[in-house]
Write a protein that binds this ligand. Structure first.
Ligand code: SAH
Length: 472
């Protein structure tokens, strides 16, 4: 192949043939791949080379010369600046097809699984019925624009500059009303936004969380100080907002107003504690029939509708009859554990964060689940230790690790425990493929694979896999 020497600012015309793992378009110029953010598969584009490496280059989208048939009018005017949605210009159907293919390709290339097997075991991706307004939680940074006007919105991709937008189409529509009230309240009382550079100013972030099943809303202001001036007016103003036409005792309503002091110069959004100004210290929500109390600091799935579908699949793949012992590794606040406990004899959860385990225990009590027990620690330490010392047993092991996947010490112990089934829930199909390869080489076979879209318009995709002992 002829060596091409691109230089910065060269302009190329290319057809976008593929997309990278973060949703950036990829086209080739005489075999040399060029990554172009915001370009859609099928587009003919003009791109300016920003950075040229030996084997690939990054280009900036200058002009769409011939739009792809998969291009759609994006709902949000800010999607190119904002770090939240990378592929909003592509039709949702095509997004789903691309995500399913991404999982398939990783299993093929990294996992080494043959095509025929993947054709047999892969089930169609589970998409959203409504790919907008699905997120139940948002943390909006508060700041000022060039003219000193108070703004709130989202960070532009990979930066800390705020794109002013109170109307994000991924979150609930009511958030706009709440945010506009907060900005007006701050303006009226001359309450300054926090400035990261100087460390001065008061309001850092607004956290809004909504229980989709219950309509309960929580508003928490993260502040650079201990107190919020004009508390009483703030509370009354928020409570007086008309969020949507309510039927008696139903509809969206604010039930919890709090502040979280955070005076540290840090990227961590929330402070260590929260103070309830009015209402409950938590909101209540349900995933299926499992009830959760969610405080401003607790972790909770951000797309509860898709989460319920995912956990429904976890239950189906686990094949529980009421007699099984289940280990749920990386259990967080016990969402999967509690979902499975109703159909299992006993569930054991393992999670690294002590606060999450406290929440898991509390959630178990709240749901009157008595057959779930939780342990704090690293899965790769707790499991081997318990196996060595107590010869713990599992019929089914469920894992839901963070993006880096499972530690080999964890996988190794899982194999030694010889469970009948393993259900792997993954948020990164590359590490999933690596871990499935290990399990495949150690006596287990992949039986079912299904992608579930939890984060429409982003490059992310969840996958759930059923793995079974080879000889059964
Ligand atoms: N299953 C849960 C959470 C999954 S997210 C749910 O559905 O809500 C992954 C979880 O793994 C996080 O809670 C994280 O704190 C935890 N975690 C990360 N590394 C871990 C490790 N080495 N051992 C155990 N848990 C870990």
């Amino acid at each position: 192949m002829e060596q091409i020497n691109f230089k910065k600012n060269d302009v190329v015309t290319i057809t976008i043939e593929d997309m990278g793992s973060d949703g950036e378009g990829i086209g080739k110029c005489q075999g040399y791949p060029i990554f172009v953010k915001d370009a859609v598969i099928g587009d003919l584009v003009q791109a300016k080379i920003m950075k040229a490496k030996k084997h690939y280059a990054y280009g900036k989208l200058e002009k769409v010369l011939k739009p792809s048939s998969f291009r759609v009018e994006p709902k949000c005017a800010f999607h190119r600046q904002c770090g939240g949605c990378q592929i909003q210009s592509m039709s949702y159907e095509k997004q789903l097809e691309w995500k399913e293919n991404k999982v398939r390709n990783n299993l093929l290339r990294i996992g080494g699984f043959p095509r025929e097997l993947l054709d047999r075991v892969m089930e169609p991706i589970v998409g959203m019925e409504e790919p907008y307004h699905f997120r139940n939680k948002a943390q909006y940074p508060v700041g000022t624009d060039k003219n000193g006007k108070l703004i709130t919105g989202f960070y532009a991709g990979r930066t800390h500059s705020i794109v002013a937008n109170t109307d994000c189409c991924l979150g609930p529509k009511e958030n706009k009303i709440i945010l506009e009230y907060i900005l007006a309240f701050m303006e009226k009382h001359v309450i300054p936004a926090y400035d990261e550079k100087s460390g001065k100013g008061l309001v850092r972030h607004v956290l809004i969380r909504t229980g989709f099943a219950t309509g309960e809303i929580m508003v928490c202001l993260v502040i650079n100080g201990k107190d919020l001036p004009e508390r009483k007016e703030f509370i009354e103003g928020l409570r007086g907002l008309t969020l949507e036409k309510k039927r008696e005792g139903d509809g969206k309503r604010i039930v919890s107003i709090s502040i979280s002091p955070n005076t540290k110069n840090t990227n961590v959004i929330m402070g260590d504690k929260t103070e309830t100004l009015w209402g409950e210290p938590y909101i209540v929500d349900y995933i299926g029939e499992t009830k959760f109390r969610i405080s401003p600091l607790s972790f909770y799935q951000v797309n509860p509708v898709q989460t319920e579908k995912l956990y429904g699949l976890a239950l189906e793949y686990a094949g529980l009859t009421g007699k099984e012992i289940v280990w749920d590794l990386y259990c967080g606040i016990g969402t999967i554990s509690l979902f499975l406990a109703k159909k299992a004899k006993q569930v054991y959860g393992v999670e690294i964060i002590p606060q999450a385990i406290e929440d898991a225990r509390q959630n178990a009590r709240l749901n009157h689940v008595e057959n779930a027990e939780f342990f704090v620690g690293k899965a790769e330490e707790v499991l081997p230790k318990k196996y060595e010392e107590e010869r713990i047993y599992a019929d089914v092991i469920v894992v839901d690790p963070p993006r880096k996947g499972c530690d080999e010490a964890c996988l190794n112990t899982m194999v030694r425990m010889q469970p009948e089934r393993i259900v792997y829930v993954s948020c990164d199909s590359a590490t999933l493929a690596r871990d499935l390869k290990y399990l495949g080489e150690n006596g287990y076979a992949v039986r079912r694979v299904r992608a579930v879209d939890q984060f429409g318009h982003s490059g992310h995709v969840e996958t759930i896999v059923l793995i079974q002992k080879k000889n059964s």
